[in-house]
Design a protein around this ligand. Structure first.
Ligand code: HEM
Length: 404
């Protein structure tokens, strides 16, 4: 753990998010926060206060409690960064509740079943193989994010959506611009191009042979009148944005973590059948979506004798919960043989990550391939020299230069 002191405001309340200094460890301020007890008040950047939950067992109950809402535009929803304020009006699956959420989620589910994910294995293996070929053909040092992980994770989402092969370069360029945009102004152009392209793709359904998710939804739901074309395009954009950035960062940070723990990497080299368990430990240990557990309380809730009034913001910091020593002995140790347990890397409850099976498959195939095909892979600069992503963003780095 890094030794930075936890940050508090003038009244002595902890601020949230807490600053990060290590690319792969949770903020140093999380342990003092845990010591405050199961429930602590924190102050957000705009002075608003929210309740922060520190125990794994409490969070498991709360995440399925229907008195918690994901509706970002509700008063009291914990807005942890101005960026979230800009995105408040963009309605997606993650921001919906109840019947509306179930309706959209039900439409997407057929493309994320275990059977469907299994059927994608050969495609994922081919994409990983081709991306490793390209990486090996380039001249080191290479940034593992731009030179490998982004393309890989994008191509898996394109495959899932059914973006035709010949359009993937255009789609990749625009979605990369969208993901790299730092404000709404920068994202407007690429977003408009993607919306326009997807709209045409959905309209031309039937001509584009072999398309998957988009094809099915355009056929089943748009024609039935359950979904309009605009909704479908918005869902596709959400899958693209959430699916790309997260998996790419997990590949980069997972690789960095393995390289920083050569003894653990050796365990996997000797017995690659341990890779799925290692993926689970990496998901827990890194918890890149630490900031996803934000909710607003719609009716009073009592927890450990404390009433959390309706209209309060509530924060379930997934990385803090995934390092709860009651559930994970010696939680800051990275151990690829650890029993997986029920971690929060993909959330929990009605909003749990719909694509977690696919993400696991992608990570397993990628780490297996990197271990086997690039045994001399190493970091080109010490991890401590890399710029860590800002506190309210996902856990990670902006680039990861490697050699082999
Ligand atoms: C390792 C990679 C990934 C991680 C760590 C991750 C993490 C998460 C987390 C924590 C949530 C819950 C959000 C909440 O509780 O509000 C979530 C939801 C979601 N994820 Fe993922 N995700 C990953 C990959 C993907 C991929 C590849 C896709 C799409 C292809 C995807 C699509 C979604 C969607 C649509 C939701 C919203 C589900 C709902 O609200 O019902 N994710 N993800």
């Amino acid at each position: 753990m890094t030794e930075t002191a936890p940050v508090s405001d003038e009244a002595g309340t902890f601020t949230f998010p807490q600053p990060r200094t290590c690319p792969y460890q949770p903020p140093a301020g999380y342990e003092p926060l845990r010591e405050q007890g199961p429930l602590t008040k924190v102050t957000l950047y705009d002075g608003q206060q929210a309740w922060l939950v520190t125990r794994h067992a409490d969070a498991r109950e709360l995440m399925t409690d229907t008195r918690l809402s994901s509706e970002r535009s509700s008063d009291g929803f914990p807005i942890i960064t101005p960026r979230l304020l800009d995105a408040r009006g963009f309605r997606t699956l993650v921001t919906m509740d109840g019947a509306e959420h179930s309706m959209y989620r039900r439409m997407l589910i057929p493309d994320f079943t275990i059977k469907r994910t299994r059927a994608m294995r050969p495609d994922v293996e081919r994409i990983v193989d081709e991306c490793v070929d390209r990486l090996l053909a380039s001249t080191p040092p290479v940034d593992l994010i731009q030179g490998f992980a982004s393309e890989l994770s994008s191509r898996v989402v394109f495959e899932l959506l059914g973006v035709p092969q010949e359009d993937q370069a255009f789609f990749f360029a625009r979605s990369a611009q969208l993901l790299q945009a730092t404000d709404t102004k920068q994202s407007e152009g690429p977003l408009a191009d993607l919306v326009d392209y997807l709209d045409r793709l959905v309209a031309s359904r039937g001509e584009a042979e072999g398309t998957w998710l988009l094809d099915r939804l355009a056929g089943e739901e748009v024609e039935k009148g359950e979904l309009d074309r605009g909704d479908l395009v918005r869902m596709a954009i959400q899958l693209l944005v959430t699916g790309q950035g997260t998996t790419a960062q997990m590949i980069a940070l997972g690789t960095a973590t393995l390289l920083e723990h050569p003894d653990q990497m050796e365990v996997l080299r000797k017995d690659p059948s341990g890779v799925p368990a290692a993926v689970e430990e990496l998901l827990r240990y890194l918890t890149i979506a630490d900031m996803a557990g934000l909710r607003v309380v719609t009716e009073d809730i009592e927890l450990h004798g404390q009433v959390i009034p309706a209209g309060s913001g509530i924060i379930l910091p997934f990385a803090l919960l995934n390092h709860d020593p009651e559930v994970y002995p010696d939680p800051h140790r990275f151990d690829v043989t650890r029993a997986p347990g029920q971690h929060f890397a993909f959330g929990f409850g009605p909003h749990n990550c719909i694509a977690q099976g696919l993400a696991r498959l992608e990570l397993e195939v990628t780490f297996r391939s990197l271990l086997e095909r690039i045994p001399t892979l190493r970091l080109d600069v010490p991890l401590s020299e890399l710029r860590v992503r800002e506190a309210a963003d996902m856990q990670g780095v902006y680039e990861l230069p490697v050699r082999w």
